[in-house]
Design a protein around this ligand. Structure first.
Ligand code: 5AD
Length: 350
């Protein structure tokens, strides 16, 4: 079975439901071979380079109330913040100085950030580092809004679909949130020419293997430029506080499957991985991830952008510690590179 799966991968045929289910259900016996295959594909296209993106968490105000997320509207324990334009500019200047060529503006769905304000921020970033790519991760907006932000200079957009199954989506979100709306946003972003990233949590409450299979099937149809996944991590002040964390092992397996399916996609080893395991970041890389996103947010706000408990943000996650990160990645046999690392399709761009 595994050889047949690898043959399909080599022929670029994609995988079917049965193949993906087989890999997930037999994780323990197949993972060594799958990780090895995923790494071989990653190395072929990325030559042992890990691309870094400077992450700026600019607001934790959010009008959504997702049951899993620590910055949900009803959590009144969290100290709410917005960074100032000056803080933005100084974060970008620090990042530019360190050589970052991608900045990710990530925040809750915050009505304060009108199109005008966000567009202004995009322009400010490009003024400081004209050659950079800007990735927005600001949730659901109208097509007109996405178009304006693109016009202002945004290049990429991250919007996880969270789960493809509408019934599961309903269990994770209050009723005013709609899986179809999420899908429309993803289509709009793609139609506007953004490099679009989607993704899902692994081990979110009520998730089944079948849900994961459908997530992979959806992604194969959607063909994202980037795919971000991470284990579900509990947050003590959410309705899901009593659910178990997702598994690092299963997440690593999902990263590897993504790499089999999307040879040249940008796939990060996410903070949630590192939060649940001391070597989480490395395990993501060894499963086929090729991106890491150090935190460039002003230190005063880092504690407050807590989507889940014990979020890793201060050690090698911090952009200040880039040199240490480089060393650690070198020990793994990889090299941190600062170039934009745009997604250009199925062809190898290196
Ligand atoms: N655990 C893991 N990931 C989470 N996210 C939000 N809350 C949690 C949590 N408790 C993820 C969602 C969202 C991304 C920004 O963070 O997938 O899209």
């Amino acid at each position: 079975m595994i050889q047949e799966i690898f043959r399909k991968v080599d022929e670029g045929r994609g995988l079917e439901r049965d193949d993906i289910r087989y890999l997930l259900e037999n994780r323990e016996s197949v993972e060594e071979a799958v990780f090895e295959k995923a790494r071989a594909i990653t190395d072929l296209h990325f030559h042992k380079k890990i691309y870094v993106r400077g992450l700026i968490e600019f607001t934790n105000h959010c009008h959504n109330n997702c049951y899993y997320c620590g910055i949900r509207r009803d959590n009144d324990e969290v100290e709410r913040y917005r960074i100032t334009p000056e803080e933005l500019e100084s974060a970008v200047a620090v990042g530019a100085e360190a050589g970052f060529q991608t900045f990710v503006l990530q925040g809750g769905e915050d009505a304060y950030f009108t199109d005008e304000r966000l567009a202004d921020w995009v322009r400010r970033i490009k003024k400081i580092q004209p050659s950079c790519a800007i990735t927005l991760s600001v949730g659901e907006r109208s097509m007109e809004s996405y178009a304006r932000l693109k016009e202002a200079g945004a290049d990429r957009f991250l919007l996880r679909h969270e789960t493809y199954d509408p019934a599961h989506y309903k269990k994770l979100h209050p009723k005013e949130m709609d899986q179809q709306k999420r899908m429309k946003c993803l289509k709009d972003l793609k139609a506007l020419g953004y490099q679009v990233g989607s993704g899902f949590m692994v081990g979110s409450p009520y998730q089944t293997i079948e849900n994961l299979v459908e997530d992979f099937m959806f992604l194969q149809e959607f063909q994202p430029a980037m795919i971000g996944i991470g284990p579900y991590v509990r947050h003590h002040a959410t309705p899901f506080r009593d659910f178990e964390n997702g598994s690092v092992e299963l997440t690593a397996m999902c990263i590897a499957i993504l790499r089999l399916l999307f040879p040249t996609a940008n796939i990060p080893s996410t903070t949630a991985m590192q939060t649940l395991a001391e070597d989480g970041r490395n395990r993501g890389i060894l499963a086929g991830a090729n991106v890491f996103m150090p935190n460039l947010s002003p230190p005063r706000v880092r504690k407050s952008y807590a989507l889940y408990d014990n979020k890793a943000a201060f050690a090698l996650e911090a952009a200040e510690n880039l040199r240490d990160l480089k060393e650690q990645i070198a020990e793994l046999g990889y090299e941190i590179v600062m170039s934009r690392g745009d997604f250009t399709g199925r062809e190898n761009y290196n």
